[in-house]
Design a protein around this ligand. Structure first.
Ligand code: CAA
Ligand code: FAD
Length: 379
């Protein structure tokens, strides 16, 4: 009735992603974190081995991987570097509304080109004055003949400006609430579309985060996903799915915190013996392991529901909130295990804590996950 065995293909995929993190990500993660630069060569290599934009369906030229597959990749990327995870997985986030609300023709038109060369997608919902209250968007879209004209500013957009395509959510009537929203695919080179890189992030500094500016940006009506008024719901259905890989990436961070702690605890000596022999330290690694195992069960279940075509918003919100909080605690305790050395960049654990903080904020804050969970319980 319950089977936790991965298929042979999934085991291979997991191994591929694990090797990729070990060879291509971990050796350069600290450098790009310090430089606050996106390592484009990792995007190219991910493309070469089939780890980039892997959810694009076969009919659009992609691999058509499912959510469990995507999460297996996500856990390994999170283990390697959560900033680089965000570069690659924010692209999946940009693809998902096209899978949720696009026709087969639109999927071929917009996603096909992403399978031909290393390229990224982006998802632009948040704005300077509204993040959690996503329906209160100010960016406008006005129909002019057969074209949408977009004006406004989007904030905090991962891969923003670098992405070949960006799904932009806009309102056709600011008084109309979510029922007046529309989802539009905007190509990178659209006239009037510009971006400003946001600098000095606390963590995930290898990812590009941008403010996007739209000044009379015109896109053809064929770039509209779904119907008029569907924009907000397409965004919500997307996030119900993409919050699950965030949970998986968080489990990856917690697993890294655990591995680094075990290694250090066996090496470091105090009072004439390895600190691993103190029960206080043993309990910290036991606690981390408990979090990794429970977190993984949660994201596996939520991802499995997606792949079965079953309702998954409630489980997705639980997995995202639980795993990001569990991983935050694991990274925090990993610093404690490392003592003073944990507080400086010589060991990777301080970066884990800076990176994982964002997992509690993006893709909907953990307060918003609790809004989703409690609404499901109390409706
Ligand atoms: N699926 C389908 N429809 C949904 C839905 C869902 N999950 N959630 C809501 N809806 C529908 C409702 O049924 C309702 O429809 P009707 O009016 O036809 O009945 C409509 O949408 C409005 O619903 P609500 O009244 O519940 O909406 P709300 O305004 O109260 O907002 C919310 C709900 C959960 C707080 C939502 O605004 C939300 O999720 N906010 C957080 C935004 C967010 O997660 N942003 C992440 C940006 S991306 C990012 O961060 C990426 C990254 O870093 C890489
Ligand atoms: P606010 O909505 O102003 O919230 C402030 C505080 O109030 C939070 O603690 C929040 O939980 C709380 N709060 C608000 N409403 C409620 C409520 N109803 N109940 C309880 N508490 C509440 N967005 C995108 O669209 N695309 C991206 O690619 C993207 N990437 C990002 C990358 C980075 C590095 C960052 C920092 C953000 C990114 N975001 C992106 C934006 C992110 O999704 C928002 O920051 C997030 O949704 C919160 O919105 P806000 O910052 O406006 O906070």
């Amino acid at each position: 009735m319950i089977d936790f065995t991965l298929t042979d293909e999934q085991k291979q995929l997991q191994q591929l992603a694990r090797d990729f993190a070990r060879k291509e990500i971990i050796p350069i993660a600290a450098e790009y974190d310090q430089k606050e630069e996106l390592p484009w060569q990792v995007v190219e290599k991910a493309f070469e081995v089939g780890l980039l934009n892997a959810s694009i369906p076969e009919h659009a030229g992609g691999l058509g991987l499912g959510m469990v597959d995507e999460c297996l990749i996500g856990e390994e990327l999170g283990y390697g570097c959560m900033g680089i995870y965000t570069v690659l997985m924010a692209s999946e986030l940009g693809i998902t509304p096209i899978l949720v609300g696009g026709t087969e023709e639109q999927q071929k038109r917009f996603l096909g080109p992403l399978t031909e060369k290393p390229s990224l997608a982006a998802f632009a919902l948040s704005e300077p004055n509204n993040g959690s209250d996503a329906a209160a968007m100010h960016t406008t879209a006005v129909l002019d003949g057969d074209e949408w004209v977009i004006n406004g500013t989007k904030m905090w957009i991962s891969n923003g400006g670098l992405a070949e395509i960006t799904v932009v959510f806009a309102t056709t009537d600011r008084q109309g609430g979510h029922k007046a929203t529309v989802a539009l695919v905007v190509p990178k080179d659209a006239p009037g579309f510009s971006y400003n890189k946001i600098k000095h992030k606390m963590g995930q500094r290898a990812s590009l985060t941008s403010e996007l500016v739209f000044e009379n940006v015109r896109v053809p009506r064929e770039n509209q996903l779904g119907g008029l008024g569907d924009g907000f719901k397409i965004a919500m259905k997307t996030l119900d799915k993409t919050r699950i890989p965030v949970a998986a990436g968080s489990v990856g961070i917690a697993r890294r915190a655990l591995d680094e702690s075990v290694k250090y605890a066996k090496e470091r000596e105090a009072f004439g013996k390895p600190i691993a022999q103190f029960q206080a330290i043993q309990f910290k690694v036991a606690e981390m392991a408990m979090g990794v195992e429970t977190g993984r069960l949660m994201y596996w279940k939520a991802a499995w529901l997606v792949d079965q075509g079953l309702p998954h918003g409630y489980e997705s919100a639980i997995a995202k909130a639980y795993c990001s909080e569990m991983a935050f605690d694991a990274a925090n305790e990993a610093i404690q295990v490392h003592g003073g050395y944990g507080y400086v960049g010589e060991y990777p654990v301080e970066k884990l804590l800076r990176d994982v903080k964002l997992n509690q904020i993006y893709e909907g804050t953990n307060e918003i996950q609790r809004v989703v969970i409690s609404r499901n319980l109390l409706k």
